[in-house]
Design a protein around this ligand. Sequence first.
Ligand SMILES: Nc1ncnc2c1ncn2[C@@H]1O[C@H](COP(=O)(O)OP(=O)(O)OP(=O)(O)O)[C@@H](O)[C@H]1O
Ligand SMILES: [Mg+2]
Length: 138
Amino acid sequence: MLVKSQEDRPICKEDDISIVRSSVKRVVALLNFSLVNQTKIITAASELARNTLEHGKGGHALIQIIDDGTGRIGLRMIFEDTGPGIPDTDRALEDGFTTGNGMGLGLGGARRLMDEFQLESHAGSGTKVSITKWQERL
Ligand SMILES: Nc1ncnc2c1ncn2[C@@H]1O[C@H](COP(=O)(O)OP(=O)(O)OP(=O)(O)O)[C@@H](O)[C@H]1O
Ligand SMILES: [Mg+2]
């Protein structure tokens, strides 16, 4: 797996979420994802950016164009914070589970919308969520 390009965006205030959204919009168009997949990716990225800000108390997003080694291109986004972490990640992924005022659909939704989803978190030590969508084969 090769990282071909990478952007690192801070997520420290509300406006940063729109900046991340705009970067993701630009990259999905550049990679020629179908309109359906563009929408899925932008939705997943928005949910995770919001979690980073609101639950993680701020962090950053890495937006990477990757190659699987066979020439297949994908978009990977890593959302990382050093906030309070998630004590029970299985529970957090369940639809409807929230510790805030949300609907508790963000994490599970992001997992369903993407091809790959990894969540690493421990109470007290921050959270890292990595999501990937591979380009459709022509
Ligand atoms: N980066 C994070 N740091 C700490 N806790 C998190 C983080 N992301 C998610 N969580 C925890 O997981 C729960 C579920 O997250 P999820 O995004 O599914 O729902 P929500 O953010 O509460 O509501 P919604 O996204 O539907 O508005 C959150 O309520 C929070 O407790
Ligand atoms: Mg959320």
